[in-house]
Design a protein around this ligand. Structure first.
Ligand SMILES: [Zn+2]
Length: 186
């Protein structure tokens, strides 16, 4: 691996450290996270610890950024509340970060150095869930196939599971706030 040692995003580390010092409350909130959005903005969040699998700070910050309209994240760092040291992302978060933002950079502390890794470096030979999902979407858009021939879009032949998946994806991607409110009876 070839992490970057220079040009480390110190402002991002300071943002996460500040939130860890001022906002984390044991035992529910033990880690703070800061992310740099593609437009340069910094968004922060804390984890929501729970024995059932409460989300890590890295996952909360993805949703927090989205709630502010930031969907492209370029860099991320997490800091623990105990000694305010950088915490590397767990395996689940590495997979989610890779699938959401394949080029995102992760700041990690090694000895006395801050190192910046690409998420792909932290998850070599990974399962590319996003790529698999894109492939499925493309195949659906192409329509069902018979043997090696394309039979055209809009045909029949999808399994119930495939149809349901397509429907649920469409609901989330196509429905605007007004439609969602309407569906809730608002
Ligand atoms: Zn995690």
């Amino acid at each position: 691996m070839t992490p970057k040692k220079d040009d480390v995003d110190i402002e991002l580390i300071e943002a996460a450290t500040s939130v860890a010092k001022t906002r984390c409350r044991r035992d529910n909130h033990t880690v703070a996270c800061a992310t740099r959005c593609s437009g340069g903005q910094i968004v922060t969040a804390v984890n929501a610890y729970h024995f059932t699998g409460g989300p890590c700070a890295e996952l909360v910050v993805i949703g927090s950024a989205a709630s502010q309209g930031y969907y492209e994240l370029e860099r991320i760092v997490a800091v623990g509340d105990g000694d305010w040291r950088i915490v590397p992302p767990c395996g689940r978060c590495r997979q989610v970060l890779f699938d959401y933002f394949p080029t995102i950079e992760v700041i990690i502390r090694s000895s006395d150095n801050y190192l910046t890794y690409s998420i792909a470096e932290l998850l070599p030979e990974t399962f590319d869930w996003a790529k698999q999902d894109r492939q499925k979407t493309l195949e659906r858009a192409d329509g069902p196939r018979s043997d090696s021939r394309r039979t055209g879009a809009g045909g029949t032949g999808k399994s119930l599971g495939e149809s349901f998946d397509g429907l649920s994806n469409q609901c989330w991607s196509d429905a605007g706030p007004d439609e969602l409110d309407a569906s809730r009876g608002a």
